[in-house]
Design a protein. Structure first.
Length: 350
């Protein structure tokens, strides 16, 4: 009888190997998964997460191109009567405030801006960039009003406005000096074309990667929300229970049924995207950990071949079982924490 190691870590490795050999028949020794070529193991382990990615992309495209998403448009919702620095966080005009260029030019709520300084556009971000780029200049503005187009002229003011990042999103709490027209854009449901959809999904994937990297830093606030009196942040980690509650809440919102359905589909798409990114972490027992092991084996075998050294053979992931147990334990504790938070202090969208 073979002696068993007294080391708990070595015992874990031996238990993993024993479990792998229990169902083997004579002649199956060379058919073990870890003996397959690295690229074959990568394909097998990547297949599951890749299906999550395919589902996420397909569902995102259905919503973006079929239903549309809520975003700012070039239609005027309201016109400011004076120039107010956005950093002042007020909307009342005071003595000494200069009239806004939009009000002076005769812009009205309901107008749709179709061209600015000779550039025709129906995208809010493009229009916003054009306005910001012309401080102190008098420019023609073509608007559509009551079914016909008319041209207004406005001298763009220089004002403190919210800073925008490379993706065109507002950076909270940061301001820059740029051109200012003085109106609020109306929000509407806008269908995206394929290029815009791909760009939007690229931004969301980047946001998801950033959120995954920031996950450890959110654990203290999550603990406080679950066991203390802390608020549950909107971007707090959420599990299946929390997602189900949000899904139910979507269908109670006072919005058209088509938008309720679009939000629900978007929620499922986001969940699949999160599963893909999470499973691709290079940690055992996740798929990404097995992929990392296969890539490491391929690297060391190629290095041995170049250096004319003996083939080191397959990399046995059973050697990393102690690490896998620690990681799995952390994941279980985190899952329980999220579950408790989802029950006692759930994320709400309304």
């Amino acid at each position: 009888m073979e002696a068993r190691s007294t080391s708990p870590w070595r015992g874990m490795i031996e238990d993993a190997r024993s479990a792998a050999f229990e169902e083997l028949q004579p002649g199956d020794e060379k058919r073990l998964f870890y003996t397959r070529k690295p690229w074959k193991r990568v394909v097998v382990m990547f297949a599951g997460p890749f299906m999550n990615l395919i589902l996420a992309v397909a569902l995102f495209l259905i919503v973006l191109m079929g239903f549309g998403i809520s975003q700012q448009t070039t239609t005027v919702s309201s016109v400011s009567q004076c120039v107010i620095a956005q950093s002042e966080n007020r909307d009342d005009c005071r003595q000494g405030d200069a009239p806004s260029p939009a009000a002076a030019a005769g812009l009205k709520a309901g107008d749709t801006i179709v061209a600015f300084d000779g550039v025709r556009t129906d995208e809010w971000n493009r229009l916003s960039d054009l306005i910001r780029a012309h401080p102190g200049e008098r420019v023609p503005i073509v608007v559509e009003r009551d079914g016909r187009e008319l041209t207004l002229h406005a001298t763009i003011a220089s004002n403190q406005v919210a800073k925008k990042d490379a993706a065109g999103q507002i950076v909270q709490g940061e301001y820059v000096t740029a051109g200012f027209l003085g109106f609020s854009a109306a929000t509407g449901i806008v269908k995206q074309d394929f290029g815009e959809s791909v760009s939007w999904m690229g931004d969301r994937i980047g946001d998801a990667v950033d959120s995954l990297a920031a996950l450890p830093a959110k654990i203290p606030a999550l603990w406080d929300a679950a066991f203390g009196d802390g608020p549950r942040e909107p971007d707090s980690p959420m599990g299946v229970v929390g997602a189900a509650r949000v899904g139910g809440e979507i269908f109670t919102l006072d919005i058209p049924p088509t938008q309720q359905l679009a939000m629900a589909v978007m929620l499922v798409a986001g969940f699949n995207l999160s599963l893909f990114l999470f499973n691709m972490l290079p940690l055992l027992p996740l798929d990404g950990g097995h992929i990392a092991g296969a890539l490491w084996e391929s690297l060391r075998r190629n290095v041995a071949r170049v250096l004319r050294r003996p083939d080191p053979g397959p990399f046995d992931v059973a050697k990393l079982m102690p690490v896998a147990y620690v990681v799995a334990g952390i994941f279980v504790c985190f899952t329980i924490l999220v579950l408790i938070a989802d029950v006692v202090n759930p994320v709400r969208i309304s």
